[in-house]
Design a protein around this ligand. Structure first.
Ligand SMILES: *Cc1c(COP(=O)(O)O)cnc(C)c1O
Length: 233
């Protein structure tokens, strides 16, 4: 059974406590890390709970599932795609999501640009980088990131807010931390090379948000620690 709102509030308080603690430890300004609740594989109430507390963005990792929830959920929620995107779904995705975090190849950039051109809109994206070189994870390689940014900057309908990564699953927290440090270094290098701002670093989940914040995360994507184990797969 899905958790009730009271239990969610308790989980939220605990996650916000962990974020605040890491922010203090990193000597970063209060409020410099945002929380993106990840509602995938949870009922639509998960998104409504978040909105009720004033959090107006949530992350979903499948286009179909997200479209269904957008239809059912309370109004005022901004949906972010954090899961793999096929180019045949790019059109739907471009018109439905507020931002797409999982852009990992030029073909997707082209497809999103084309869709946004047709609808006369602009779209925010993050480039997903496999900074941990994890064979199980999507994302462009660190080596490909220069070419990806260069290509992305030519797409006038797309605004690149920054980078996203998923750390390898490893019991040793230093593995995730190294991955996050690499993403930050990659961001700093690209921002410098192309003379652009890449303010958003989307990194850190339930298990590794502390490490991510110590390495400069601006956005942690948290599912399990807020909503419990995912209900369906
Ligand atoms: C599922 C998912 C999350 C949330 O993971 P938890 O461990 O449940 O916090 C974060 N980011 C991405 C890309 C995901 O797919």
């Amino acid at each position: 059974m899905f958790i009730d709102y009271e239990a969610f509030l308790q989980n939220l308080e605990s996650v916000q406590g962990r974020i605040a603690q890491a922010v203090a430890e990193a000597k970063r300004p209060e409020g410099s890390v945002k929380l993106l609740p990840v509602t995938k594989n949870h009922p639509v109430d998960a998104a409504n709970y978040a909105l009720r507390t004033g959090i107006d963005s949530v992350g979903e990792n499948r286009v179909q599932e997200a479209l269904y929830k957008m239809d059912q959920a309370d109004h005022g929620i901004r949906w972010e795609l954090i899961g793999p995107l096929q180019s045949n779904k790019a059109k739907k995705a471009a018109s439905s999501f507020w931002r797409i975090q999982s852009v990992d190849r030029p073909k997707i950039l082209s497809a999103l640009q084309k869709s946004a051109e047709v609808s006369g809109s602009k779209l925010r994206v993050l480039l997903q980088i496999n900074a941990g070189a994890d064979p199980n994870k999507f994302g462009a390689t660190l080596e490909d990131s220069d070419g990806m940014i260069e290509f992305a900057l030519q797409q006038d309908r797309l605004t690149v807010d920054g980078l996203m990564t998923i750390a390898p699953l490893d019991p040793n927290p230093s593995v995730a931390r190294k991955c996050f440090a690499r993403l930050r270094e990659c961001r700093d290098r690209l921002a410098d090379k192309f003379a652009i701002d890449l303010p958003e670093l989307s990194m850190g989940m339930s298990g590794d948000l502390g490490e991510a914040i110590l390495e400069g995360s601006t956005l942690v994507r948290v599912g399990t620690a807020l909503f419990g184990e995912r209900e369906y797969k």
